[in-house]
Design a protein around this ligand. Structure first.
Ligand code: PLP
Length: 377
């Protein structure tokens, strides 16, 4: 059976060009980047070229990019790292209620260590309120961490408004851009972002490679002790092949950004309009205006999401009921609850995330399958 993959927010397929660049670094170019001899130097050069490509995609300086093992590690490193480096100055952190567990659970771990965390509410579209952010700042606030775009409902937060407030109060601003990188243009300088997390497997690079941007001058304690890699901030021999893959994926993402946005938006808008035209009893979750190009999330009334996913799977369709990281838990999604959905509607929600491999024919197949399944149930 042909697989129709609509779960690009969970992970993406590694692009051929990315894989091709990576392969030599598993075999003939296997030197340790810290070694002085020629094959070590080849690996070092490849790592630094990849760093420059990642930096270019978000308009950072290469010296501000640190390679990590995943988006979760980037979030942990910077949130805990800024908290520990500033604990003498203050212990208050502001984040939002709809963050990914990589941020939420990191903040909860810090609460257990005596830090205080404010979790901002969001409105029915998933947007934080800027006045509410301002009102929650205290003398001892040491970090604001608000995601660039939400992984479940695709809402894009008002990043530049947040950074203006952060700058006004001289508080570092971190954004988890794991879902946004490669899907929307990001310019950390223009947008006033002090720290940013990204992850390879969301932008057509492999799993197990991430990056963290930290603006020069922002202090953070290192998370991993050991050797002096990554300018003494992240010990461990570099994942050279993964780093090369991430660099290539960032380069491709930058080159194809306008096509990517146009193509995914077209597929998404077609899907959203057909859900209405075909009279499904469904409500779009999140914002139509401030939304990632490839995200559609619908709450279907009187439908059990897990059951719907199983029936889609029988037809070769991969989709998600919430985020991949929360499947397996019986509790309704914290994001859908935060935007005001009832437990029942939250449980009947379906997340469709389009990617560059999807076609209009795939979307028609999905719509027809949904019609069949929902008419039968
Ligand atoms: N942050 C967001 C918004 C995500 O969507 C994810 C993964 O789904 C992560 C962080 C974690 O990234 P990784 O899987 O690379 O640890």
């Amino acid at each position: 059976m042909k697989i129709r993959y609509f779960d690009n927010a969970a992970t993406t397929r590694v692009k051929e060009e990315v894989l091709k660049e990576m392969l030599p670094f598993f075999s003939e170019k296997y030197g340790n980047p810290s070694s002085m001899y020629s094959i070590g130097r080849i690996s070092r050069r490849a790592v630094e070229e990849a760093r420059a490509k990642v930096a270019k995609m978000i308009n950072a300086n290469p010296s501000e990019i640190y390679f990590t093992g995943c988006g979760s590690e980037s979030d942990n490193t910077i949130i805990k790292g800024i908290a520990y480096a500033n604990k003498a100055r203050g212990r208050h952190i502001i984040t939002s209620k709809i963050e990914h567990p990589a941020v939420l659970h990191t903040c909860q771990a810090l609460e257990n260590q005596g830090f205080e965390v404010t979790y901002l509410d969001v409105n029915s579209e998933g947007l934080i309120d800027i006045d509410n952010l301002r009102n929650n700042i205290k003398n001892d606030t040491i970090l604001i961490s608000i995601m660039f775009a939400n992984n479940e409902i695709g809402t894009i937060e008002p990043i530049e408004d947040i950074s203006k407030i952060a700058r006004m109060y001289n508080i570092p601003f971190h954004t988890d851009a794991v879902q946004a990188c490669g899907n929307v243009p990001i310019d950390v300088k223009r947008m006033g972002i002090d720290a940013l997390s990204l992850s390879g497997h969301k932008l057509y690079a492999p799993k197990g490679i991430g990056a963290l941007y930290v603006k020069k001058g922002i202090e953070f304690e290192k998370f991993m002790d050991g050797g002096h890699q990554e300018r003494n901030k992240r010990a461990g021999t570099e994942n050279v092949a993964g780093i090369v893959g991430l660099g290539k994926a960032c380069e491709l993402a930058e080159q194809s950004m306008s096509f990517h946005i146009r193509y995914l938006t077209e597929l998404r808008n077609y899907f959203i309009s057909e859900i209405k035209n075909r009279n499904f009893d469904a409500k779009l979750n999140g914002s139509l205006k401030n939304r990632l190009p490839g995200n559609a999330n619908f709450a279907f009334r009187e439908v059990e999401g897990e059951n719907l996913l199983l029936k889609l799977d029988q037809r070769g369709i991969c989709a998600s009921a919430g985020s991949a990281c929360t499947t397996g838990s019986a509790a309704p999604s914290h994001v859908l609850k935060a935007i005001g959905l009832s437990d029942e509607l939250a449980r009947g929600s379906l997340r469709i995330t389009f990617g560059e491999d999807n076609t209009k024919e795939d979307v028609d197949y999905l719509l027809n399958s949904l019609e069949e399944i929902l008419q039968k149930s």
